[in-house]
Design a protein around this ligand. Structure first.
Ligand code: ATP
Ligand code: MG
Length: 384
């Protein structure tokens, strides 16, 4: 880096060098990805636990940008059991969306690449590793097995097509074989009613701009559910909605989950929503999981200083405070991550071991895991 320049400064020459290097790396990856007739053995795998719908195993997803490599997801391991809801929480930019986009294989390529790790997806009779899946095969899984409700309902619908046509298209593309136009339309109307749209025939004919935000979000949910997916990824589905509509949308999701017995991966930074929805919670910080456990573990016994800070920063009904707690400091630069605990510079509970390398995961109970030096001694005492 040039001398006497601010941190993060890159000269044009350096940027060119990085970009050239990146191209080399990403084109090699794209080449393996774009091969034709990839044998099934390359992406078939076995689930570690057949009761899981998805298992993320040491997932590393990087973006090779001209300013350097952004390690958006850096060694994430967690599972989503069949029929359960897993909440993923963490502050903006910690890699929640990138984790879910990796599962959908919808990363912005060629910069965005899964560089290491497995994502095992349970298809019932077999399991596949999504990280190695060729594009063509992935097409069959998206929608049919995994579907996603995107972060912004306003931008996920096409403004120039009628609602009916957009939902029809999803159905005919994924399981429309042998269905007539009328049958597809009937299914669309059925779906719109399922997500609580009263005037379904009318909405079928409308354009997205004629609907309210809540209705648009319902349409997006209807599209995601069109093919009874095994896993629904809901990426902050209620962030853009007001509280009453939010409650309705959450109700819809919950009842639909039970109706089609699917699993939900629920991404949000709203802890209230997580408390209401999730069976298990995964807390992410700067591309890594700092703590995971059942909803009870996380809400009643938060262990990582970051989780404790998150809990302290949410308002509590009936408790009067002048100012809500906020975690001091900011997230480290994702291009230049420190070689010690990423949270250390913001942590108010540091212990002597904290200056060591990034802490590995410690088990506090069968379900509750945390990456923090504060629990090393306890774990040693317990023989872990
Ligand atoms: N296409 C991209 N190119 C480069 N960097 C990216 C790209 N997409 C995401 N990132 C980086 O990856 C990191 C994680 O982003 P991500 O979208 O997963 O955050 P998030 O946890 O979903 O945040 P939010 O709560 O705001 O949605 C961020 O540092 C972001 O800058
Ligand atoms: Mg996001």
């Amino acid at each position: 880096m040039a001398k006497n320049k601010p941190e993060g400064y890159l000269s044009a020459r350096e940027s060119r060098r990085i970009s050239k290097e990146n191209r080399k790396i990403t084109s090699a990856m794209e080449k393996t990805r774009k091969r034709k007739n990839v044998p099934e053995s390359e992406y078939l795998t076995t689930m570690h636990d057949p009761n899981n719908a998805v298992e993320f195993d040491n997932l590393h997803t990087y973006f090779f940008t001209d300013a350097g490599t952004v390690k958006s997801v850096d060694g994430v391991t967690f599972e989503v059991p069949i029929g359960k809801t897993v909440g993923v929480v963490g502050e903006s930019g910690c890699g929640k969306s990138v984790t879910s986009l990796s599962l959908m294989q919808l990363l912005q390529r060629p910069q965005g690449q899964i560089v290491e790790g497995e994502i095992r997806l349970n298809l019932g009779d077999k399991a596949v590793n999504v990280a190695k899946m060729p594009d063509k095969e992935m097409q069959h899984l998206r929608g049919n097995y995994v579907s996603m409700i995107f972060q912004e309902p306003m931008t996920s619908l096409n403004p120039v097509f009628r609602i009916g046509d957009q939902v029809d298209e999803v159905i005919s593309l994924h399981n429309g074989e042998g269905k007539s136009k009328e049958e597809v339309k009937a299914r669309t109307i059925e779906l719109l009613e399922l997500v609580g749209i009263a005037n379904s025939e009318g909405v079928y004919q409308m354009f997205p701009h004629e609907l309210s935000g809540g209705m648009r979000q319902r349409v997006v949910i209807a599209m995601a559910l069109a093919c009874n997916p095994k896993i629904i990824i809901a990426d902050e589905p209620t962030t853009a909605l007001d509280v009453t509509i939010q409650a309705q949308v959450l109700d819809i999701l919950r009842s639909l989950k039970d109706k089609i017995n699917s699993s939900i991966m629920f991404i949000t930074h709203d802890l209230g929503v997580i408390a209401e929805m999730a069976d298990y919670v995964v807390v992410m910080y700067a591309g890594r999981i700092v703590e995971k456990g059942t909803a009870e573990d996380i809400f009643y016994h938060p262990a990582h200083p970051y989780t404790i800070g998150l809990m302290a920063s949410k308002p509590v009904v009936g408790k009067q405070v002048d100012k809500l707690y906020s975690i001091p400091g900011k997230v480290p630069n994702p291009i230049n991550m420190p070689d010690y605990c990423y949270f250390k510079d913001r942590c108010e509970m540091c212990v002597s071991g904290c200056s060591g390398a990034y802490p590995c995961e410690v088990s506090l109970s069968e379900t509750h895991k945390v990456s923090c030096y504060r629990y090393y001694d306890e774990a040693k005492k317990g023989g872990a």
